[in-house]
Structures are given as structure tokens and as C-alpha cells.
Ligand binder design. Structure first.
Ligand code: ARG
Ligand code: ZN
Length: 876
């Protein structure tokens, strides 16, 4: 069954308030929901009330406290229909259901794991708790009463402010919570159990004191300190940057170890995957710290962008997600290095969203139809949605963007809105017409911009010809030209910035050149000498850019651009042709070579002490094998790509031996560990140097020494990765792998890293390793983090192992997907998206991939989640 945006209509009944009582029990939790409704003005006076359910059974139904006769209602697992309801007066329905939290392996709705009751209701989990109008445009204040065994569940939490609690007899107690802010059901949360607490306070800009509480497993309290610090910085930043103040007396975060996603922004009670809360130097890498900071901020920022203002329907998901990702990106950029953050964002966008947007799962940022909403929590909605928001800020400039955001908060507080509402605020604030721009929400596919420049010395003008093409995507054969804001600069041969007196043929505001037609020619006047063009600075628009530039010009940008993102991009552009050619040569058995201009520019950047170490580390990280495959564009042989890339690494390693040795010595971080961005940058650069040194050594000794000397998880896991990936069969690697396991066997998050590092070992033998690992006691099939670490990493991040020529990797995945799907459809569907680029493989592998997908397709009892993905991936 397909849901269409065009079919949206408001409910017939308005929900006034919700009163829930949970009598918690591991296998028989009784839920009593008292819902007060009235018929919407203008609605059909005879229309029945139809509520959503999912695997529910009704055990009681009262209308205004009186039993409803069987003739007046109909209950199935999926819905509850009640007829003959009052035409104009409010009425109260009391619905009783009994649910089994222990048996809930989908981890949607109310579930219990590790002795903790917790909920996940977005997108449609609330209907697994009680019958309800489970859609985001139904907002109401909630009162929640929780009754539970006191010894096992000293903690009883829900949204909003704490009303009170008391004993309840028979070893039970109860607690009551009230959330005055009307909210949709997807933001409901309940947590009960026995957890440790870390407390702090925050004084808001208007002087209110907010109690901050982070709940983690007993004994892990010290590991929540960084998350708490990130939370306080997020609260402060949202006040300063967006004028947003927190609106309850208490803000709680609970970390749980079985969770389908990263985290969830439930009002006043965020629930987190513990991976994004717990950190200390022994267990967390610098990347973990950065993720924790970003996700804590993301969920907190949802309080305004998502909770106070929510989505009218799930098609509008990007209105909360794209915007909130933009906000968390800006936060991290302010907390850390802006250009380095931008580089990381673009790497992520290109490696995750670009393949989605160019393959069978491509969809607009604001889709118009879906079969399973859980499959639309995608990098297109999140990351491209963020890029589209960033472009609005680019088009309007900082002040008008702020004005538009203020208007949005003002105008729509307390509402469930659409993308059109959002865009209108920026039009009204700026007076700009954003009609063409809004195609970014509606047209899928990454635009391709082809550019070429010519200099006319006599006229002293530089002519830039631009052409845009938006590729066809599923359901969208033809496209309209988009509004593409290209940040642009011209540089002289000595690296000085050249400023034209005027530009004709295209609008230029500050450094933003507006491409709005299919083809356009911009002429820059009064340019004294042949300029070097820097186009799409800071990645101002998420496009593929085709612009051929000489190695000399790229080297100049890499050296002189004032926008450091553009410097990094120039280094990538210098390197990429070498990597592509290396893959082709390796496939033909031809020795791989590499342009000196690229190697020189790369080593110069690595060695440039005026640049931040984190930037230099980013420069040294070559495009991944998946990036190369995407750029090659078809008939891909993962082994050749791997071999070619390794050969380039070896050439750089050899040429830069002395530089890398010096960096390895100089980039130490003496003293106690600090997760700050500068120290993290030094570690990143040092570990990049170690990776190259281990290439030229061609021996495990140096990495093993680094492994033994490491005093933090960043260095330890970097050394383990080098050992396992480069020298998997050596005694040193084996000792490191075993030593790591024995040291961290009791820590699930670290053991996930141990599984993930091994799952990414290149080569055909890794499949057997993984199958062996699945037989060990450390493997836990029911834990999503563990499954993602082992099966997910293999499928997403190991092109040679997963894509081995005999197709065994794909067959393994098919079997795993079918198995996971029985317990946890959302997880199965997510991991299956790793197959989205199968058509880019060479014919033999593509055939194996297709057979594996068809094996899934043929299976009888697939979830809608997996059915939806496999159908779309296979569709011609
Ligand atoms: N809203 C959550 C966040 O972005 C993620 C929820 C994901 N839900 C889902 N059904 N996949 O922080
Ligand atoms: Zn979010």
C-alpha cells in the first residue's frame, strides 16, 4: 500500500488531551489511554473515529466511562473504528491494551532490553502501544502515570515536568508526568528501570534554571561527562545563534544499548543509543567525541525545530531533519574548525547521499509517495535537506536568513507545518521569490554542472560558460533547471584575489554566482591577467562539477585559496584522475603511476605548518574505494580499484617518507588526553603519517609499536586498523587483535569497534573471518550496534570483501537480511540499502548481486520495510 502526499487531509476529530496510565510488566504491560476528542468543525457528523494500531489487541473500551457495545466498534490488530460518536460535544474514550515489551524485538513502541523499559515512537511506533491517531499533525498535552515494581524500576520517566509520585502497594510505586506543550505521538517517551544519574543545571537566557539529567548504566556515570558538557554548550549556542530558549524545568537524556537509530528527540526526554553518549579516552575515539557532540546538539536543537514546530505529515520530514542537521553542522563548525567540518560534511554527503541520489533509491528531499516511512530517514532527507537549508542561508545572507528563521519560529510555534510554510517565511523576510529555488525540495538527482572558462587578454574579460543537467531519477524522467548558487573566486598567478568591476550574464552577489538557466554565460570584466577559477567554494551547492583545470591551476588553488575547503577540493581534484587511472591500469595489469604535481601538492599541504593539522590529515586521506567506484561510474571491479589505490598510496608513501617520519615524531600530544579539536587534529595527522609509513615499511613492526604505546582509543584503534587491514596474517596483527579483544571484552561499544575493524579487512578471506566471528560468544544477534558493526561494516565499507568475485558476500548478506528481518525489519532494510549501487558492478559481480537480491525478493514473509527496499533496488 502506497501513501501519497496528495491524499493528505486533516482528521475528522480533534484530540484535546491525552491521559496515559502504564502498569509496567515485562510481558504483560497494561496501557490505559484516556483520550478526549471533539468532532472538527465542518467534519461529517456521521464519520466514525478510526484509530491506528499495530499488532494490538483491545482489552477494554469505554465511552465517557461507559462500556461501548460491540455493535458500535470494530477492533483489529491494525485499527480501532468507533461509530455513532457525539456530533458536537467533546467525549472521552478509554482504551485498554495489553502489550508485551520483552517480545518486542522490532524495538519500535515500548520494549524492554537489558532490564530497561524504553520507547521509540518515531515514526509510527506509538500505535504499537495503544490505538491512536498516530500522525504528526495531531497535537495534544499528555499526562502520563507510570506504575511499576519499585525494586526493579526505581526510575519512572516520561515527557515534560514531574508532577509527583508515591508508593502503590505490593512493592510497586508510581510517578506522574505532565507535558504542557502539545505534541504529536511520535515524541512520546517512557523509560523505566534502574540507571545511574549524572546531574547538572543550566540557567537560560531569561534566568530560568533547568535541571539536566543524563541516565546511564550504573558505573558508567563518569563516561557521560562529555555529553553533559556538549549539552550545555548546545543550549547556550541555540540561545546565542537562534535566540531559542529551553522551555521545561527539566531536560533528560537516557542512554540505552539496544536502539535502532542514533538518538531520538522525545520532548524533554531524549533517548540515545549509548554509543552517542558514553565516552572516555580509553574507550572513545576523537571521531566518537565529535559524533557525541553533534548528536547531543542535534537532538537538543529538535526541541524547537521538530518539537515546538513539527511536520504536518511524514512527507515533510526534512522540515525538521534537514533544518536540524544544518543547525548541528553550524554548531560543530562554531565549536571546532569550520573548514575541516565542511570537508567532513562533504565527504559524508558524497559517499552516502550522492550514491543514493544517483541510484534506484533516489527520491526528492520532500518525497510525494512512500510505502514504508521508516525507509525515508535517508541521507537525502537529512544531509541533502541540510544542504538545501544552507543554500537558503547562502542566497539570503546571514541577516535575512536569521530574519526568516525568526519569522518561522514566530509564525508557526505550536503548529504542524509543510515545506511550503517554511519557504514562505524566507520569501516574506527577504522579499525574494524562492519558487525556482524550491525545486531543490522536489527534484531528485544530483545536478551536473559543466563549466569552462576562457580569458580574453585584449578585452580583459573572463568568460565562464555554465550548463546544468539534472539526471533522470525513478519516477522523474524530465527536470526543470534549478537555482544553483555557486560561490566563485578568481585568482591571479601570484595567488592574489582578482575582483571584477562588473559581471554580466549572471547575477553575482558577494562571491555567489547564480546559475538559474539551463545554460548561462557569465562575463567578468576588468580582469588584468588570465585568472585561475575557483568554483563552488565551500561546496555552496551539492552538485557534481565538471570543470577541467590544469594541474598547475589546481596546485595554485591548493596553495592560495582563502577558502580552505576549496584548497582541499583542489587536492582531491588533482588526485582523483590518478586514482581512476590507477584502477584502470591495475585492471589491465599495467604498472600504476602517479603525477608528480599531485604528489608534490599533497606533500606540501601535509608539511605546511601554517595549516591546521586536522586539515592536513584530511588532505592526506585519499578518496575511498567507494568514491573511486562512483567516479568511475560503471563496469566496476572492486579488486582493481583497491589494487590501484594501494599502489598510489605506496607511491605517495615512498615520496613522502621523511615528511611522514617527521610528522609522526612531531605531532605527539603530550600530557593528559584532551578531546579538543586541536589535539584531535594532531592525532589525526600523526595517524595518517603512520598509515603511510606502514606502507613504505611494508612491515607491521612500526604499527605494532604504536599499538603497544597507545594511551587512548584513537591511537589504539588506528594502529589496530593498520595491522589488521595491511598485515592481517602476521603474528603482530594476530596478537593485536587478540590483545584488544581480551582487554575490552567487557565493553560492548569497544567490542563493536573490534568487530567493525575486522569486517573491513580487504580481500576475499574476510567473509570466512566474519562467519567465524559470528560463532563466538561476543557476537550478539539481537543487538543492533553489533549487527551494524559486523554485517553493516562488511556490506557498506568493504568493497573487496563483500564484493568478492564469486558472489559469496552478496549471498551471505541475503541470508542475513532474511534472518534479521524476522526480528527487526527496520535494521534489515537499512543494511540492505548497501546494495543500492549494484548496477555499477562489472557483469559477473552484478549477476551475483542480482541473484542475491532475487533470493530476498522471492522470500515469502518479508516485512514491508525490506519488501520496499528490495523492490526498488531491483526495479529496472
Ligand atoms: N528523529 C530522530 C533523529 O533524527 C531519528 C528517528 C529515526 N526514526 C526512524 N524511524 N528511522 O534524531
Ligand atoms: Zn533528527
Amino acid at each position: 500500500q502506497i501513501i501519497h502526499l496528495a491524499d493528505y487531509r486533516p482528521t475528522d476529530f480533534v484530540l484535546e488531551r491525552v491521559d496515559l496510565t502504564f502498569d509496567l510488566h515485562p510481558t504483560e504491560t497494561k496501557v490505559e489511554a484516556r483520550l478526549i476528542f471533539h468532532r472538527r468543525e465542518g467534519a461529517d457528523p456521521k464519520a466514525p473515529l478510526v484509530l491506528d494500531g499495530d499488532e494490538l489487541s483491545l482489552s477494554g473500551l469505554l465511552l465517557d466511562q461507559v462500556d461501548v457495545p460491540a455493535s458500535q466498534f470494530e477492533a483489529t490488530a491494525e485499527s480501532l473504528t468507533v461509530r455513532d460518536l457525539p456530533e458536537s460535544t467533546p467525549f472521552e474514550l478509554t482504551i485498554t491494551t495489553v502489550i508485551n515489551p520483552e517480545a518486542n524485538t522490532q524495538l519500535m513502541g515500548l520494549y524492554r532490553s537489558g532490564g530497561i523499559y524504553c520507547t521509540q515512537c518515531e515514526a509510527e511506533g506509538f500505535r504499537r502501544i495503544t490505538y491512536f491517531p498516530d500522525r504528526p499533525d495531531v497535537l495534544a498535552p499528555y499526562t502520563v502515570n507510570i506504575i511499576a515494581d519499585k525494586a526493579a524500576n526505581p526510575l519512572l520517566l516520561s515527557n515534560g515536568n514531574f508532577l509527583g509520585g508515591a508508593g502503590y502497594g505490593e512493592g510497586k510505586h508510581f510517578a506522574a508526568w505532565f507535558d504542557p506543550h502539545p505534541k504529536p505521538s511520535y515524541l512520546f517517551a517512557l523509560v523505566a528501570g534502574d540507571l545511574g544519574l549524572v546531574e547538572d543545571t543550566f540557567v537560560t537566557m531569561s534566568g530560568r534554571e533547568v535541571a539536566l539529567k543524563i541516565y546511564v548504566e550504573h558505573g558508567k556515570e563518569p563516561r557521560a561527562a562529555y555529553a553533559m558538557d556538549a549539552l550545555k554548550r548546545s543550549m547556550k549556542w541555540d540561545e546565542e545563534r537562534f535566540g531559542r530558549e529551553y522551555d521545561l524545568d527539566i531536560f533528560m537524556i537516557v542512554a540505552v544499548s539496544d536502539f535502532n537509530m542514533g538518538a531520538m528527540e522525545n520532548k524533554g526526554l531524549n533517548v540515545f543509543n549509548d554509543k552517542y553518549v558514553l565516552a572516555d579516552p580509553e574507550i572513545a575515539t576523537d571521531a566518537d567525541y565529535a559524533n557525541i557532540e553533534a548528536i547531543i546538539a542535534h537532538e537538543y536543537f529538535h526541541n524547537w525545530t521538530g518539537n515546538r514546530i513539527t511536520c504536518r505529515d511524514w512527507f515533510q520530514l526534512c522540515i525538521k531533519e534537514g533544518l536540524t542537521v544544518y543547525r548541528d553542522h553550524e554548531f560543530s563548525a562554531d565549536q571546532r574548525s569550520r573548514p575541516v567540518k565542511r570537508i567532513a560534511e562533504v565527504r559524508h554527503l558524497k559517499s552516502e547521499q550522492f550514491p543514493e541520489d544517483s541510484g534506484p533509491l533516489a527520491h526528492p528531499v520532500r518525497p510525494t509517495k512512500y510505502r514504508e516511512i521508516n525507509n525515508f530517514y535517508t541521507t537525502t532527507v537529512y544531509e541533502k535537506g541540510s544542504e538545501v537549508t544552507r543554500m537558503i542561508a547562502t542566497l539570503l545572507g546571514r541577516d535575512l536568513f536569521k530574519k526568516g528563521m525568526d519569522l518561522y519560529f514566530d509564525r508557526h510555534d505550536g503548529q504542524a507545518v509543510t515545506i511550503e510554510d517554511f519557504i514562505k517565511c524566507f520569501e516574506d523576510a527577504s522579499g525574494r521569490d524562492l519558487t525556482q529555488f524550491s525545486l531543490w525540495y522536489h527534484q531528485a538527482g544530483t545536478p551536473l554542472v559543466t563549466a569552462s572558462g576562457t580569458y580574453d587578454a585584449a578585452a580583459k574579460s573572463f568568460t565562464l560558460s555554465l550548463e546544468q543537467m539534472v539526471p533522470a531519477t525513478p519516477g522523474q524522467a524530465t527536470k526543470e533547471p534549478m537555482h544553483i548558487p555557486l560561490r566563485t573566486a578568481l585568482f591571479a598567478a601570484d595567488g592574489a584575489l582578482l575582483t571584477p568591476t562588473s559581471v554580466t550574464g549572471a547575477e553575482l552577489t558577494d562571491d555567489v554566482l547564480h546559475l538559474t538557466a539551463r545554460t548561462q554565460t557569465a562575463v567578468f570584466h576588468d580582469i588584468p591577467s588570465r585568472p585561475v577559477l575557483s568554483l563552488n567554494r565551500s561546496f555552496s551547492t551539492p552538485i557534481n562539477l565538471q570543470l577541467s583545470q590544469s594541474a598547475k591551476d589546481l596546485a595554485l588553488i591548493a596553495r592560495y585559496e582563502t577558502d580552505h575547503f576549496a584548497r582541499w577540493q583542489a587536492l582531491i581534484d588533482l588526485g582523483l584522475p590518478n586514482l581512476l587511472q590507477a584502477a584502470r591500469d591495475a585492471r589491465q595489469g599495467i604498472p600504476v603511476t602517479c603525477d608528480a604535481a599531485f604528489v608534490d601538492a599533497l606533500l606540501a599541504a601535509a608539511n605546511d605548518e601554517s595549516l591546521e593539522p586536522a586539515f592536513r590529515a584530511q588532505a592526506l586521506a585519499l578518496p575511498s574505494e567507494a568514491d573511486i567506484a562512483r567516479e568511475l561510474g560503471g563496469n566496476n571491479d572492486p579488486d582493481a580499484i583497491h589494487t590501484g589505490r594501494q599502489a598510489i598510496l605506496a607511491l605517495i608513501a615512498e615520496a613522502g617518507k621523511n615528511i611522514f617520519a617527521a610528522l609522526y615524531d612531531n605531532m605527539q600530544t603530550p600530557g593528559p588526553f584532551s578531546p579538543d579539536a586541536a589535539s584531535a587534529g594532531r592525532r589525526a595527522l600523526r595517524n595518517a603519517a603512520l598509515t603511510y609509513l606502514s606502507q613504505s615499511d611494508n612491515a607491521p613492526a612500526r604499527a605494532k609499536a604504536a599499538f603497544d604505546a597507545a594511551n587512548n582509543m584513537t591511537d589504539l584503534s588506528a594502529a589496530l586498523t593498520i595491522l589488521a587491514h595491511r598485515f592481517p596474517e602476521t603474528a603482530e596483527a594476530k596478537a593485536a587483535i587478540e590483545g584488544f579483544r581480551d582487554r575490552f571484552a567487557g565493553n560492548a561499544l569497544v567490542i563493536d569497534k573490534w568487530f567493525a575493524i575486522q569486517a573491513a579487512i580487504p580481500g576475499a578471506a574476510t567473509l570466512e573471518r566474519i562467519q567465524g566471528l559470528m560463532e563466538t560468544p561476543l557476537f550478539k544477534r539481537t543487538n543492533p550496534n553489533r549487527m551494524r558493526a559486523l554485517v553493516g561494516t562488511f556490506a557498506f565499507a568493504n568493497p573487496t570483501g563483500f564484493g568478492r568475485a564469486d558472489g559469496a558476500g552478496y549471498r551471505f548478506l541475503a541470508e542475513e537480511i532474511l534472518d534479521i528481518d524476522q526480528r527487526n525489519p527496520q535494521l534489515a532494510a537499512r543494511i540492505l540499502t548497501s546494495m543500492r549501487s549494484w548496477r555499477l558492478l562489472e557483469p559477473v559481480r552484478a549477476d551475483h548481486a542480482r541473484s542475491a537480491l532475487m533470493q530476498i525478493e522471492r522470500a515469502g514473509n518479508l516485512s514491508t520495510d525490506v519488501r520496499d527496499i528490495v523492490d526498488r533496488i531491483l526495479k529496472e
